[in-house]
Design a protein around this ligand. Sequence first.
Ligand SMILES: [Zn+2]
Length: 245
Amino acid sequence: MKLTDNVYVIGGGSLGYGISSPYDCNVYAFELEEKVILIDAGSGMGEEDLLRNLSEDGIATERIHCLILSHAHADHAGGASGLKMRLGIRVLASALTASIVESGDEERSSLSQARKEGVYPDGYRLTPCEVDQIIGEGDGVGIDSSIRLQVIPLPGHSADMIGLYDPGSRSLFAGDAIFEAGKLAVLTTRDFSMEQYRLSIERLSSLEVDHLFPGHGAAVLVDARASLLAAQHRFEQGLPPESIV
Ligand SMILES: [Zn+2]
């Protein structure tokens, strides 16, 4: 489904667009000239849905340049190995995400806890995936010399989270760092940190953002900065953040 001039949503589960496996995060396709960058992979259980949605949006798989993972939680990274194999694409992630995804570590990805809590089916496993390029603070991602997406570390929801910001279209791909109306995703996992979350939101609140593409729920296509400021405002007032989970 086309959301803006150059952004499509091609996957989304029960907390979002409902166009792929219920266990999937939102999966975005970002068009950059003739190429397309995928942002997040979903759980892997909706792989066929993602490919069908790409096709229905008129995006030929040959145009897909790479896949960037926002963090290692299974609803975002579980599908990476399948997509890498099916599409023959490179996978980019932060060093911390890579260390979890490459080993398929279900403790550090918090999958073992989430599975116990019934968030995923019993038999679901994190399929390890080799990461081709490590990205971090100050890096840009693009096609050849056309760099568009800036990497912003956003720890809090998880220690390994990154966001991707396109200053040209003032778009933020936020992973699970922030959602519509300034909601956050507060967890009880081992690497969740409210203090880190607060600092990440503070950082985001100074960014010029028109379009917010979160990992769950609806994208915010008008005045997305209001969502960032709403989250920042609650922290400033000492109020607990509103959470989507
Ligand atoms: Zn997450």
